[in-house]
Design a protein around this ligand. Structure first.
Ligand code: PLP
Length: 393
């Protein structure tokens, strides 16, 4: 059984305060927000409140928030919703090589429809350089999409600067902020971001609910057609309990984010420095400071990271982390497109350990991890490590 959960970039446990807020909407408050009777109007008020809470976290206004079924859907909606307003030959898009598959697979789909797409490189430290965007812009570039924080490496991207460059060019700027929202401050009132994707389950909220921020005056085509909910941009009866939980999670993040970030940065730095002292072949992947507060990405020279992950999980420590070998457990052992894009060789690109901390991470858990990881690596000879990794795949 997992005793220590250090995989918060995959998903976060629900905050009990979020559960408490949601529960009535699985019971007595079951109305459809489109109904005019009191059950419906109660549900309508609840989603209005949730929308306000999500907007407040982003320093946006309520009517700029469209609820979706996930972060993936918000990403699809942003890219396809802008592109299909134009003919393919009149719409060039730009993204980066290390986006989440929710963006990269959507780009592949758009390419099949004939839309040209440019891919920005990343530096060895896992950062998109603003200069590369300046060079990639074309007269018919309509949309630039660069993530706010990378899900595998944890690095923060210069989205303010990228958004300014994009605006000066007259194109729209979208950011996949699924990993960043609730962890670092994001100000729609001062940054010219036009579209921004969020997912509740990354900030101690429920799964199956996300949102797309759409700046006032920006128009996108809907992906889902129907009864006209969410201003006609995303028809479907609203996920009322999900929206209530999302709103509560956003509100908690808004109030607690700064203090939480200080605590997580301390934990993060303690883990990195202690492991680097104890295990000489451990190295940090990605920029040391420009990273999410609770995010650590490590490589271990000479060892298969999948094997280390198994050792941590299966021994008495029961520690759950993840590897950055690919975007999911289905690709174990294959080189990571993200690490390759950062210029690592094939050997180093085969794996990384992603250790991601969260709101309920304790001092004791951090201490246990600092002892457990060197023990797990020490128990693995390079050969055993390769065999175990092979078995895991
Ligand atoms: N974008 C990024 C950067 C992510 O990390 C994830 C999920 O891991 C997603 C998008 C997809 O979000 P969801 O799980 O809500 O579909």
């Amino acid at each position: 059984m997992t005793q220590i959960y250090f995989d918060h970039s995959a998903t976060t446990p629900l905050d009990p305060r979020v559960v408490e807020a949601m529960l009535p909407f699985y019971g007595a408050n079951f109305g459809n927000p489109s109904s005019i009777h009191s059950a419906g109007q109660e549900a309508r008020e609840a989603i209005d409140k949730g929308r306000r809470q999500v907007a407040d976290l982003l320093h946006a206004s309520s009517d700029e928030i469209i609820f979706t079924g996930s972060g993936t859907e918000a990403d699809n909606m942003a890219l396809i919703g802008v592109a299909t307003r134009y003919k393919p030959q009149d719409c060039h898009l730009i993204t980066s090589v290390f986006e989440h598959p929710a963006i990269l697979e959507t780009c592949k789909y758009l390419e099949k429809l004939g839309y040209p797409i440019g891919y920005l490189p990343i530096s060895a430290e896992g950062i998109v350089e603003p200069e590369s965007l300046k060079k990639a812009l074309q007269p018919n570039t309509r949309l630039v999409s660069v993530m706010a924080a990378n899900n595998v490496v944890g690095t923060l991207q210069p989205i303010d600067e990228l958004a300014q460059i994009t605006k000066a060019h007259g194109a729209l700027f979208h950011t996949d902020a699924v990993q960043a929202v609730g962890k670092i401050p994001l100000h729609m009132d001062t940054t010219p971001i036009d579209l921004l994707s969020i997912s509740a389950h990354k900030l101690h909220g429920p799964k199956g609910i996300g949102a797309l921020y759409i700046r006032q005056g920006v128009t996108i085509d809907p992906l889902i057609h129907g009864g006209g909910q969410e201003r006609g941009i995303r028809s479907a009866t609203e996920n009322v309990a999900g929206i209530v939980g999302f709103g509560k999670a956003a509100d908690l993040s808004r109030v607690e984010m700064n203090e939480e970030a200080i605590r997580l940065v301390n934990f993060r730095n303690r883990i990195i420095s202690s492991l680097q002292k104890q295990v000489p072949n451990v190295y940090l992947i990605g920029h040391a400071q420009k990273r999410l507060p609770g995010h650590i990405c490590l490589g271990v020279a000479g060892h298969e990271t999948d094997a280390i992950l198994l050792m941590l999980l299966l021994n008495e420590d029961g520690i759950a982390i993840s590897t950055g070998s690919a975007c999911s457990s289905h690709h174990a052992g294959q080189p990571s497109y993200i690490l390759l894009a950062m210029g690592m060789d094939m050997e180093r690109s085969r794996g990384s350990l992603r250790i991601t901390l969260g709101r309920f991470t304790t001092d004791l858990e951090v201490d246990m991890f600092i002892q457990a990881l060197p023990r797990a690596i020490g128990n693995l000879s390079p050969v055993a490590s390769r065999e175990l990794a092979f078995a895991a795949a």
